[in-house]
Design a protein around this ligand. Sequence first.
Ligand code: SF4
Ligand code: SF4
Ligand code: SF4
Length: 348
Amino acid sequence: MITLTIDNKTVEVVKGSTVLEAAKKLKIDIPTLCYDSRMKPHGACRLCIVEIEGMRRPVTSCTTPAEQGMAVTTTSAHLERLRKTTVELLLSDHPNDCMVCIRAGSCTLQELAYKYGIRENRFGGAMRDHNRVDENPFIMREQNKCVLCGLCVRVCEEVQGVSAIGYAGRGFEAKICSPFEHDLNCEFCGQCVSVCPTGALSAKMWAGHPRHEGVELTETTCTYCGCGCNITLHSLGNEITRVSSRTDNHNRGWLCVKGRFGYEFINSEDRLTTPLIRREKGGALEPASWEEAISLVVDKFSAIKEKHGADALGGLASARCTNEENYMFQKLFRSAIGTNNVDHCARY
Ligand code: SF4
Ligand code: SF4
Ligand code: SF4
């Protein structure tokens, strides 16, 4: 362990921690755009600068290792002026789009502009024109809103292991894109959307839905597979409008394409709402009551068991069910029907 002081408060941290991590331990808020504790530090946005006694100029706290006896200052008139100028420069060629932006209200850049009271662009000059229509099915990319924090590139490489996107161009021409600027063609896990601090990345499915007003958040579990990721459902009335995931749960906010984007079936008119029975061989499936459907299954199972024995029957359980439901399922086959022919799609 090492001990240092930040804003005159003493803190003890594990050797190897960064100054930003030490400040977080003291619950000192340092603004960032490119930092995410789930990924390696990058030092791109220059907002987390701090003053360290004995150093001639401010340094980025996310990439500077904390050292024994260090004396750090996180807020001063000089630091705040530098931070404000950095945000002003980012906004100087950012579209003034907040009124119709999907991310308004959950955009770190917007929060910083509010914090520093930035109303006008005092730099002027050229605006970037990187936007292009991307025909991919899930992710909306508005590259003119990108602040080049690199979070999307890093999450795709470090977390997802896909590296579907990267940097292209230099200086004013720098942008994030897929190889040869083809349409995005990847796993569509949406991790990049979840970490983007601006409106540069969002989901096509979110468009046109209310962003905050009347939206209810419900914590639940994804039922698509046995990983059981924690998800937050955003709903308006009976309609699910978005899925997100908190970072303080076992899946750390990461989801796959099914968990993040596979929610439209919930409100689909094609969903079955009643059991269907084919009453005549070759006939159409017809709606039936649960009692009728269950009686039919019992009759068919009983007939098979009587004629061929219990081992002629077998059951495949589902990872989409709860542990309790799967327990009941194997109990039905072992105790009621009398066979151990029970398996599970996620057994391997
Ligand atoms: S959706 Fe997933 S795989 Fe595709 S670019 Fe984003 S992080 Fe990479
Ligand atoms: S698209 Fe978003 S996450 Fe990616 S670099 Fe730009 S601002 Fe950062
Ligand atoms: S989000 Fe994906 S990995 Fe997680 S439980 Fe759902 S289907 Fe499984």
